[in-house]
Ligand binder design. Structure first.
Ligand SMILES: [Zn+2]
Length: 607
């Protein structure tokens, strides 16, 4: 028995010596080395208390370099040191006064902490923001266990959470699945914030960077600081990270439109502003609004970017039907249609009681006459309508993408991951030849009902396509990715979309633009004729059903100024009660007026 016990004892002692004394670089099989390194690292972790000052995550700027995320300010951190060594009663009373709390409250809060903590104002998520005089005073007090440190805050004060940027939150499951190895070797932490939507998600691998900056505070077993070794800032040594993502957003214009959308009470929907020359996304607003700090609350539906969700476009789609009719020669040059308010089949009628009488195609577009477009759609085959829709970029996905490896991007890569496909027919309905569509389905589809879907991004891009003579571009949200030292890591070149079947004729595009001018001049958009810029566009009201209740999607898509187009804008006011005022038309004019004033300020020479 004695020999057996002694042997076991020797085994344990031997194992302990091996772990404790053998150098970590000893050559043995790789997994053993890693396990030992990890064990030693954990032993150090036990003796230090650390606090993250900067996650090292990349930041976003707008097209003029204005920061959209990320700022550094000075804050105060408390470390869990014994009460007796913190300082005298006078010192602590002075500190309490600086924090605007009582001496007792300061001590109580300090005594309660087990891990290092930033000092917070009540009900604030972020650490306290110190003024330079507060910094000076706290440093002057020389209290043990409190330090003034620079803190990197991701969301700027007054930051309106933006769907395009997205959010970060803890995703332990995702990390376990995708980065198991990095977790094992401590390269990533299970508690870290990762991108959950928007660009934060699609660019996660680049934004993540190379590690956080943290401050460690070494204490002994009795919670006293180890002098000479007490505070150590650990930061990754690298000139290239964190990265900076240059977006195409004009932050001032974006913020003005966000504010305007709230003032006008846009509850659900989106506003998309594109540069009409190149389809760069200048502003993109989605509602319901995000509440900063309350990320991932409720069912997460507030995170849906409605600018990228495809819904029934209603009469906006008449632009596509008109284009297809002209391109396929199913409408005579001076043809007159007759609308008496009823189509006479499929239960289809015009929105205007009594009808529009004798009416041309252009007037039909201006007045958004259902009879004209149902008639034209029935003359077309499903295949013809679908082909034109594809030529105009309203089928499939339209946002900037790379189909092959492109710089640091994997392939295939999409900047706007949440974008939904636009379509004309549901896939079950149309066969290869597109001949199965019956007249009723064609008539309904021609006026943007039935299975037709389009996202506000696609609607705005359709306007850009028409303004560019039928050339379809891929809306871009990011123009460049830069290293921390300012060098370029990647340039996202503007791209034309591959529409396959070729673009529409310039004359067709021009004829639709004239139609949109007529809409605002004397048609369904005449209520917004007056304003800063002369504008043109197309209104739409699509019938839909939400939770068993009849609802309307109200649309307006157009451009301005008419003489020299600068912006293409699409507005969607989703799920409005039938019979309510047309909010999208009003918002379109408001956004155009904001854009006009914004341009006027921008072009003023600097003094
Ligand atoms: Zn009509």
């Amino acid at each position: 028995m004695g020999i057996i016990v002694s042997l076991i004892m020797f085994l344990f002692i031997g194992r302990l010596m091996w772990l404790q004394l053998l150098p970590g670089t000893a050559t043995s099989t790789a997994p053993v080395t890693h396990a030992r390194d990890n064990w030693k690292r954990l032993a150090v972790v036990q003796r230090q208390r650390s606090l993250v000052l900067d996650t090292g995550r990349g930041d976003f700027v707008d097209r003029y370099g204005r920061p959209m995320t990320g700022e550094t300010y000075m804050t105060a951190a408390l470390f869990p040191v014994r009460p007796t060594i913190r300082g005298s009663e006078e010192q602590l009373a002075a500190l309490a006064k600086l924090f605007n709390v009582t001496y007792t409250e300061l001590n109580n809060r300090w005594n309660a902490i087990r891990e290092p903590e930033f000092w917070h104002e009540p009900k604030q998520n972020n650490p306290i923001r110190l003024t330079s005089s507060q910094v000076e005073k706290i440093n002057g007090l020389k209290v043990e266990g409190i330090r003034v440190l620079p803190y990197r805050n991701r969301y700027l004060p007054g930051f309106d959470a933006k769907h395009i940027i997205g959010f970060t939150s803890q995703h332990p499951e995702w990390l376990k699945e995708k980065h198991k190895e990095k977790l094992t070797f401590g390269k990533r932490k299970i508690s870290e914030q990762v991108g959950g939507s928007g660009l934060e998600k699609s660019l996660e691998n680049l934004l993540h960077g190379i590690g956080e900056t943290s401050v460690s505070y070494f204490i002994d077993g009795r919670n006293s600081p180890l002098h000479g070794l007490d505070l150590r800032i650990v930061q990754p040594k690298n000139n290239y990270y964190p990265l900076q993502v240059v977006t195409t957003i004009d932050l001032l214009l974006q913020n003005k439109i966000e504010h305007y959308a709230d003032k006008q009470g846009l509850k659900e929907g989106a506003i998309v502003v594109l540069d009409s020359k190149n389809a760069d996304i200048v502003a993109m607003v989605s509602r319901p609004k995000l509440k900063p700090g309350q990320f991932r609350s409720g069912d997460g539906s507030e995170w849906e970017n409605h600018a990228l969700k495809a819904v029934e476009p209603g009469s906006i789609f008449k632009l596509v039907t008109a284009a297809s009719a002209i391109e396929n020669g199913v409408v005579e040059r001076h043809e007159r249609f007759h609308c008496d308010g009823e189509y006479g089949k499929y239960g289809l009628s015009c929105w205007r009681d009594g009808g529009h009488g004798d009416i041309s195609l252009q007037e039909g577009l201006a007045q958004s006459c259902n009879i004209v477009f149902a008639t034209l759609a029935e003359r077309l085959s499903g295949k013809q309508l679908q082909k034109t829709a594809k030529s105009l970029g309203v089928i499939g996905l339209i946002g900037w993408h790379s189909s092959k490896a492109y710089g640091p991007f994997p392939h295939p890569f999409r900047l706007l991951e949440e974008e939904e496909d636009g379509r004309v027919f549901s896939s079950e309905l149309i066969d290869e030849e597109g001949e199965k569509i019956d007249g009723g389905a064609m008539a309904q589809s021609g006026i943007g009902q039935r299975d037709v879907r389009m996202s506000p991004l696609q609607a705005a891009n359709l306007i850009v396509t028409l303004l560019n003579g039928g050339r379809v571009k891929e809306p871009r949200l990011v123009s460049e990715i830069r290293y921390a030292n300012g060098q370029r890591m990647a340039v996202l070149k503007r791209r034309d979309a591959a529409v396959g079947s070729g673009r529409i004729k310039l004359a067709t595009a021009k004829s639709l633009l004239r139609g949109m001018e007529a809409v605002v001049d004397h048609g369904t958009g005449r209520s917004i004729r007056q304003g800063q810029w002369a504008v043109a566009g197309k209104s739409g009201t699509a019938e839909t059903v939400k939770a068993g209740v009849a609802r309307n999607h109200q649309w307006f898509a157009g451009y301005g100024p008419v003489q020299a187009p600068r912006y293409a804008v699409a507005v969607l006011a989703a799920n409005r009660s039938p019979g309510s005022s047309h909010q999208a038309t009003k918002l379109f004019r408001g956004v155009m007026d904001i854009a006009a004033k914004h341009e006027a300020v921008k072009s003023k020479p600097a003094t």
